[in-house]
Design a protein around this ligand. Structure first.
Ligand code: HEC
Ligand code: HEC
Length: 333
């Protein structure tokens, strides 16, 4: 659906995208976020600037790739139908691009937790040779030479002198605003809608079999676990960061919010459908030195139970989030 337009060198921003209601609030019943804007006050101007940066291909070496190239709003800011990321010059990475939402609650970022702060996270893809392959100092020069950016920085931060920390603060304002808490499941909890028998049955089964790791309301416990994909680890996962054998093959438990919209699945995108994921848990789990207790021997489920769990997982899709024009690409025609 969204074809990214390569080589947009001096694109014109669409000013008519809505920017009303740029406020952050914690959804009812959720824990306090890790990142709460206390050191980076959220403003409409900062959000608009962060949004433009997120969608700007000038953050890449040859001005072809933006954050939004791999994090597409219609796929809850994941990269639909891509097993692993697809970056500059068509180069492939090794990991699946996760959806971006509720980031303020993450204690750490990336599948291995290699980044520990929302405000430094963009440096990783900008610098990555198979993603954007650009030096952030060059980005600063490109933006400094653009009158529209000088205006946007002045409006957001009171200065036309563009710096890396200000770029990162603006991007954190945009990304931190990506709150997804209005799925059918959320509306069910608020008493605004009901779930079908199959969805309710799936919710029940989920609470018994999955919630210990994919813990509501964020549908992750943010821990590093091994759900039995491999006996030999092509990707060391968390151990890449900690260098501990006990962390080999463990990955951050992904949130299952919007999981019906973010295929493909797992750190390497090996599964295309939720049916394949459920088949993995019921009959594909393999043993290894670091397998997490909760999946040892597999999680028994009948065909009907799998269908009900999938029906429930689809109630976690937040269509108002993926259609929220405040988060849309301001460069899109
Ligand atoms: C070429 C594709 C690509 C581009 C471009 C890209 N990303 Fe990503 N993004 C990924 C992949 C792949 C991961 C997972 C990497 C890992 O775990 O090692 C990721 C992870 C993330 C995460 C962590 C999410 C989580 O759940 O831990 C955030 C936040 C993020 N990207 C934001 C951005 C921002 C901001 C930009 C632009 C500056 C950007 N990305 C550009 C592919 C991309
Ligand atoms: C022991 C903890 C644990 C349990 C129990 C568990 N999971 Fe997972 N789940 C994980 C981990 C860890 C990953 C990421 C693994 C990877 O990519 O290497 C994951 C990944 C997933 C994904 C892929 C998400 C994505 O965005 O790629 C889905 C879907 C999923 N699990 C659903 C379930 C369901 C449904 C159940 C219950 C039947 C369940 N999980 C039980 C730990 C667990």
């Amino acid at each position: 659906m969204v074809a990214m337009n390569a080589c947009e060198v001096d694109p014109v921003i669409k000013e008519e995208l809505p920017v009303n209601d740029i406020r952050f609030s914690v959804p009812q019943g959720w824990p306090q976020p890790v990142y709460d804007f206390s050191t980076n006050p959220l403003t409409t101007e900062g959000f608009i600037l962060g949004r433009k940066l997120f969608y700007d291909t000038r953050l890449s070496r040859n001005n072809t790739i933006s954050c939004g190239s791999c994090h597409q709003q219609f796929a809850a800011f994941s990269h639909l139908d891509h097993a692993v990321s697809h970056g500059i010059d068509g180069l492939l990475g090794t990991r699946n691009a996760p959806g971006l939402y509720n980031l303020n609650w993450h204690p750490s970022f990336m599948w291995d937790g290699g980044v520990n702060h929302l405000e430094v996270q963009p440096l990783a893809p900008v610098d990555n040779p198979v993603e954007m392959d650009e030096d952030i100092n060059n980005v600063v020069v490109k933006l400094q030479n653009d009158a529209d950016y000088r205006r946007l920085f002045r409006e957001a931060f009171g200065t036309e002198t563009i710096t890396t920390p200000l770029i990162l603060k603006a991007m954190a304002q945009f990304q931190g605003m990506l709150v997804s808490a209005n799925s059918k499941y959320d509306r069910y909890l608020r008493g605004e809608t009901s779930l079908s028998t199959s969805e309710l049955n799936g919710l029940n089964l989920f609470q018994q079999k999955c919630n210990s790791c994919h813990t509501a309301p964020l549908f992750t416990n943010f821990q590093y676990m091994n759900n039995g994909l491999d006996s030999v680890f092509a990707d060391a996962g968390r151990a890449r960061i900690t260098l501990l054998a006990a962390d080999s093959g463990t990955f951050k438990v992904p949130s299952l919010r919007n999981v019906g919209l973010t295929r493909q699945y797992m750190h390497d995108g090996r599964f295309i459908t939720l049916e394949q994921v459920l088949d993995h848990y019921s009959s594909g789990v393999v043993n290894s030195s670091t397998i997490s207790a909760g999946v040892v021997g597999g999680i028994p489920m009948t065909t009907q139970e799998k269908q009900d769990i999938i029906a429930f997982l689809k109630t976690l899709s937040d269509y108002s989030f993926i259609n929220d024009r405040r988060f849309a690409d301001p460069f899109a025609p």
